[in-house]
Design a protein around this ligand. Structure first.
Ligand SMILES: *[C@@H]1O[C@H](CO)[C@@H](O)[C@H](O)[C@H]1NC(C)=O
Length: 409
């Protein structure tokens, strides 16, 4: 049986967001609703086998898997549709994904790019109907490669990934992952870079204690800002949330901070039970003093086990049915994701509102609340129309010494 490989990658240089308005239920809305449910399931499952810092893009994985789903049949398709939270109406899904990709690529106030590409073995014929769906609804291109020359093929694929992620993601595919059995490689790349709507002042960044666990505390560079943000308690999770908008308010980072130092696993486990987009919509911005560590790390994940645990079992086995892609029996051999994130003050300037001395004085002078992000937490990136999480992750230790320790293969 021939195999194909799926990649989804994400590169981010993060800095700030905003919230969306309501509308009638369009195909986009239908798909947007699925992204949150899938994202919660995905984080919960990935986090089970990752004990360090974690950055992933559920959206990237969902897009590339959804594209593949349209070439699947029988039980393989049923498992994929259900795990991907997709509606039964395929036409609606296809239109929804097209709108989703187009909408996100048209966000102007921050840099956000989603790109899909199919690399196909020389001489391998892809069913015209599948090719049409990938081109028309996933805006995907198709390129033939001689996989027998694995070094050159890996070079071509990696160069595409680098280009689409502004050189943030390199060496996604190793030549030895391309074998004589490889029929196709599907790649999704997401790149995001945004400035905070209200930048953090670099001069306010200082080392502050972060409780990695109940026994370990590290001093890490921590940013500070006081501004009006949406903020609230989530009693069901024993946690708080904070939304920090990016410039233009088309996107935002949402932080979910457990109330206890060791609360992260439980919050992650229960995340799906809370309708975060609704919670944000119903909350008001109020003055908050925010302490947030700076962070920068990369995660590389082999998602096969995660996706199997989420119910997509057949696609990796000899029972796989991709009759919509080709008459030749096909199965997926690998789903790999590599993601990078950097969160900093981004361009914070001396002109920003608060100074060190000022902040002490207004600590108790109004009703401002303090959000001290000083223990392991969840973060995610939401976009307009409640699409997302585009990116999500867990920060357990902003003070890790060697970034490589955070790269899992
Ligand atoms: C594969 O899926 C197609 C389309 O759903 C179906 O017609 C075919 O019977 C399936 N093949 C097997 C072996 O189940």
């Amino acid at each position: 049986m021939r195999t194909f490989v799926l990649f989804s990658l994400v590169a981010l240089a993060i800095c700030a967001k905003t919230m969306a308005e309501e509308g009638e239920v369009t195909p986009l809305q239908t798909i947007a609703q699925t992204t949150y449910g899938f994202g919660c399931d995905f984080l919960k499952t990935v986090a089970k086998t990752n004990n360090g810092n974690l950055i992933t893009s559920p959206l990237s994985a969902q897009v590339i898997l959804a594209m593949t789903y349209f070439g699947a049949g029988g039980n393989t398709a049923t498992q994929m549709r259900s795990s991907l939270h997709m509606p039964v109406d395929d036409q609606r899904s296809q239109n929804g994904f097209k709108e989703l990709i187009t909408t996100l690529n048209n966000v102007n106030s921050v840099t956000l790019h989603l790109a899909n590409k199919m690399f196909v073995r020389d001489g391998f014929t892809v069913a015209p109907a599948f090719k049409a769906i990938t081109a028309n609804h996933f805006l995907s291109e198709c390129q033939s490669l001689n996989f027998a020359d694995s070094a050159a093929s890996a070079g071509t694929i990696n160069a595409w990934c680098e280009e689409k992620t502004n050189n943030r993601i390199k060496d996604v595919i190793k030549p030895d992952s391309l074998t004589s059995d490889t029929a196709m490689v599907l790649v999704n790349a997401v790149y995001f870079k945004g400035e905070w709507d209200r930048k953090f002042n670099v001069e306010n960044t200082q080392d502050r204690p972060f409780h990695v666990d109940e026994h370990t505390t590290k001093n890490v560079p921590t940013m500070y800002i006081k501004h009006n943000f949406r903020y609230g308690n989530i009693p069901d999770l024993d946690a708080k949330f904070l939304e920090i908008p990016y410039k233009g308010k088309e996107m935002s980072m949402v932080i979910i901070l457990p109330n206890t130092i060791n609360g992260l696993s439980q919050v992650t486990e229960r995340l799906g039970s809370v309708d975060m987009p609704q919670l944000l919509k119903r909350s008001w911005a109020s003055p908050v003093e925010v302490y947030l560590p700076k962070f920068k790390f990369e995660t590389s994940l082999d998602l096969k086990e995660t996706l199997e645990q989420m119910g997509m079992v057949d696609m990796f086995s000899n029972a796989a049915n991709f009759s919509g892609i080709s008459d030749i029996p096909l199965k997926v051999s690998k789903v790999i994701q590599k993601a990078f994130i950097e969160v900093n003050e981004e361009g914070s300037e001396a002109a920003a509102v608060t100074g060190l001395s000022g902040r002490r004085s207004f600590a108790n002078s109004d009703d401002s609340i303090t959000m001290n992000v000083d223990k392991p937490f969840i973060f995610y990136l939401l976009a307009a129309n409640n699409v997302g999480p585009i990116i999500e992750g867990q920060l357990r230790d902003p003070g890790f010494d060697n970034p490589q320790e955070n790269v899992k293969q």
